[in-house]
Design a protein around this ligand. Structure first.
Ligand code: THU
Length: 159
């Protein structure tokens, strides 16, 4: 039997330790939580992505009475960017969330499995690592590539 160890590298920053461009992206993700339509979960998620050309695009979760139709903030931003600027690589994404009391989460918000899979596809598509910033009031997780939090992922190499 062989055992394989999989490691993840996450850096934890306080907001005032982030570089200006990272802090601005997190601020915009926090603001985007105001655009959430989260009538059912009352969990308001905001995302802001940065394209290589410097453009920024926000997303927010949108829910539906038919629950499976709900769309996460991350994918709403990523798909909007892909639809408008298909040739422009996505270089970074920031995510923030507020709970039912309206407070930002203490723990950095964690992208769901479907959004991680969508982020893997973005890295494959643009041959470029995606910088991920996850906001929580106690700190911001900074992750250099989705591969750090999505090991053993399924990609087009396997088709
Ligand atoms: N949600 C996101 O928008 N992003 C995530 O990564 C986690 C979950 C949304 C989906 C749903 O509208 C609400 O949060 C509760 O799951």
């Amino acid at each position: 039997m062989e055992q394989k160890l999989i490691e993840s590298k996450i850096q934890v920053y306080q907001m005032d330790e982030l570089c200006v461009s990272d802090r601005q992206l997190v601020d915009k993700a926090m603001l985007a939580t105001n655009n959430s339509y989260s009538k059912y979960s009352k969990f308001s998620v905001g995302a802001c992505i940065r394209l290589k050309n410097g453009l920024e695009i926000i997303g927010a979760n949108h829910e539906n009475a038919a629950y499976p139709v709900c769309m996460c903030a991350e994918r709403s931003a990523l798909f909007a960017a892909g639809a408008q600027y298909p040739d422009e690589p996505v270089v970074a994404i920031a995510i923030a969330a507020r709970n039912s009391t309206g407070e930002f989460t203490t723990e950095p918000v964690s992208p769901c499995g479907s959004c991680r899979q969508a982020m893997i596809e973005i890295e494959q598509r643009y041959h470029q690592a995606l910088r991920i910033l996850l906001y929580g009031t106690k700190g911001v997780y900074v992750i250099d590539s989705i591969r750090d939090i999505m090991p053993l992922s399924f990609t087009d190499d396997q088709l």
